[in-house]
Design a protein around this ligand. Sequence first.
Ligand SMILES: [Fe+2]
Ligand SMILES: [Fe+2]
Length: 135
Amino acid sequence: MSKFVFDDSLRLGITLIDEQHSRFIGYINDTWDALERGDSSAEFLPILNQLLDYVVEHFSCEEALMREHGYPGYRDHKERHNQTAAELFDFDLRLLVNDREESAAFLNFLTAWLRNHILVVDKELATFLRDKGIS
Ligand SMILES: [Fe+2]
Ligand SMILES: [Fe+2]
């Protein structure tokens, strides 16, 4: 699996958000690496949990930023986060830990979703924040 690279096309110009996206992508890549190495369930579980925890952390951080700055698209953006988190947590953790194909499907879903979300939904938020002089 080719690495998910945080390149300039994904950079939105808001330092906190860019740093978090870079870290988020790093955790996705760590999880791919663990899968490719064929880590045991006991080794794989904490890596997967790190990724899932970071999804929640990143979403709540962006939402706090939106509330702080009175972002008009808050409800819609938060709804998209909620929906995605629900879809991610719908994957059965036991299956993810024990079934390579299920884990690959999960990571492919998350990768495609994140790329699109950054380029469309987060980009709108970044434009709003930059217009307010935040960087
Ligand atoms: Fe984001
Ligand atoms: Fe977002």
